[in-house]
Design a protein around this ligand. Structure first.
Ligand code: FES
Length: 129
């Protein structure tokens, strides 16, 4: 049994920002084919900042804690700052993840990045905003 930090347990039992954003500015979905876990991030952008971040995660406890932490870290950041959130920085904020659970933090950083990319590509196409 891997040992989880208090922070991981806290975010797992009481995840922040769970849910969906209506009419999101960007959506990013990633899955891990090995464990079958899935994560979707929804973002609202205002003046180049992440005004709101929500997620839905169907996955292991670490994946849920990671999503919750990523959403907290990303909220209020500029897009550039949020893109710099890495699996390592998420794991550090969670006071560490067991080695075999490190891929769960990859998912979180990737899903957020995808949501931002989705927003940027929509913007480029001259879609909304
Ligand atoms: Fe795959 Fe955690 S076991 S995301």
């Amino acid at each position: 049994m891997p040992v989880y930090s208090k922070k991981v347990m806290d975010h797992f039992t009481n995840p922040r920002n769970v849910g969906e954003i209506e009419n999101p500015d960007g959506v990013g979905e990633v899955g891990n084919p090995v464990c079958g876990d899935m994560m979707t991030f929804y973002i609202k952008v205002k003046d180049n900042r992440l005004e709101d971040v929500k997620f839905k995660t169907f996955g292991c406890g670490a994946a849920i804690a990671v999503s919750s932490m990523v959403s907290e870290m990303a909220k209020g950041k500029t897009l550039e700052e949020a893109m710099k959130i890495t699996p390592r920085s998420v794991a550090d904020e969670l006071e560490g993840l067991p080695k075999q659970k490190f891929h769960c933090s990859n998912l979180g950083a990737q899903a957020l990045n995808k949501a931002i990319e989705n927003y940027l590509s929509k913007k480029k196409k001259g879609g909304k905003k």
